[in-house]
Design a binder for this molecule. Structure first.
Ligand code: ACO
Length: 335
């Protein structure tokens, strides 16, 4: 068995800043409501005049991560790409990044796990490395939410939360014992699939059907969320996944040096922080600046924390996420 270690990190967010006040041009909302309920002050939304999209943002983040790993694109053996907002219904973003970076004909896998997409992807990459199949894997999380949100008062419960962006990590084979990814823990509960979903277009709700019905009240092609229901499950599942990760490695909450929670809501992060008795400097949040970037959120926050010097050699770093599916999980890393 080999160990796997993160050797490179990068992120990219579109330049266009959309403040809470900016949102009032489309919907009845206000800065106070959004900040009080979510902690969000602003988010990045792709300016349609630019060439940013889910895969191109992923490719930009990937270039940085590969360079920081001290590698070239030709050293990468495999791509895992997580998103809920692909450029096309098919194929997925992984092959698009392979092409954009002019990589050899390596394999590319897309992961459809929404907010826990990066956690799942990192776990998949970890298994490929631990079995010896691959040496360097590019793991990307990227989202273009702004292209598919309902910009109206009807959609405000969801639209104000989400932002665009991408992050990438290079996971590499390592000979160092006790370092790198110690364990990952993945869960799902599909009975709650419709509590946070975008139902069409998909084969269960295909385009001709939507057009034919032409129903002004049809919102099936916009994301919808039972916010309070999701919130209640999120705080429980986040905590469970972290406890499971700590117990597996015979660790305590006091061993955590840095927690990177998925940036769904600052209140959820604060709840988890309090539950595990962590100080502000032990939890990295950036939802204030970027909103919820779903599959990109954990990797953007991890990269940012690392860039700020908040993560040092030998630190115990815990990643955790919960979201649509429901799916959730954690990754425990000895840096
Ligand atoms: N601006 C102003 N008012 C609003 C807005 C808005 N943007 N959105 C909703 N409201 C109103 C509602 O209409 C409602 O009004 P009413 O009481 O007159 O009916 C009131 O505010 C309260 O609405 P709630 O939806 O009950 O607000 P809540 O306190 O639950 O906050 C939120 C909503 C922020 C979405 C919260 O429920 C939440 O964070 N949920 C969890 C999100 C999460 O973890 N998601 C998982 C990851 S996402 C993924 O996987 C894709």
């Amino acid at each position: 068995m080999y160990n796997s270690k993160i050797t490179g990190l990068g992120y990219y967010v579109p330049e266009n800043v959309v403040t809470n006040d900016d949102l009032t041009q489309w919907m009845d909302t206000n800065d106070e409501w959004i900040q009080e309920r979510t902690g969000i002050k602003e988010r990045r939304w792709i300016d349609p005049k630019t060439d940013d999209n889910t895969s191109s943002m992923g490719a930009k983040a990937a270039r940085i991560a590969i360079e920081r790993a001290g590698l070239t694109k030709d050293d990468i053996d495999f791509i895992v790409f997580a998103t809920l907002s692909p450029d096309m219904y098919f194929p997925g973003g992984g092959v698009r990044v392979q092409d954009m970076l002019d990589m050899p004909t390596i394999g590319a896998l897309d992961v459809r796990n929404q907010c826990s997409g990066f956690i799942y992807s990192l776990s998949v990459a970890d298994q490929f490395i631990k079995t010896g199949m691959y040496k360097n894997i590019l793991v990307i999380g990227s989202e273009n939410h702004s292209g598919g949100l309902e910009r109206s008062t009807r959609g405000r419960g969801v639209t104000v939360i989400f932002g665009d962006g991408a992050g990438a990590a290079v996971l590499s084979r390592s000979e160092e014992n006790g370092k790198g990814i110690l364990s990952s823990h993945l869960h799902s509960e599909g009975k709650h699939a419709k509590e946070l979903a975008l139902e069409g277009p998909a084969t269960g709700r295909w385009v001709p059907e939507i057009i034919q019905e032409n129903d002004p009240n049809d919102v099936s092609y916009y994301p919808h969320m039972n916010g309070q229901f999701v919130f209640k499950h999120a705080v429980v599942r986040f905590s469970e996944a972290i406890v499971e990760g700590l117990q597996t490695n015979n660790l305590q909450a006091t061993d955590i040096d840095m927690l990177i929670p998925h940036q769904a809501n600052l209140r959820i992060s604060q709840f988890v922080q309090k539950k595990f008795g962590l100080s502000d400097s032990q939890v990295h949040n950036n939802i204030m600046k970027y909103g919820n970037t779903t599959a990109a959120s954990v990797i953007i926050a991890l990269t940012e924390a690392w860039e700020l010097g908040k993560i040092k050699d030998n630190d115990l770093v815990v990643l955790a996420a919960f979201g649509s599916g429901f799916t959730w999980g954690s990754v425990i890393i000895r840096w």
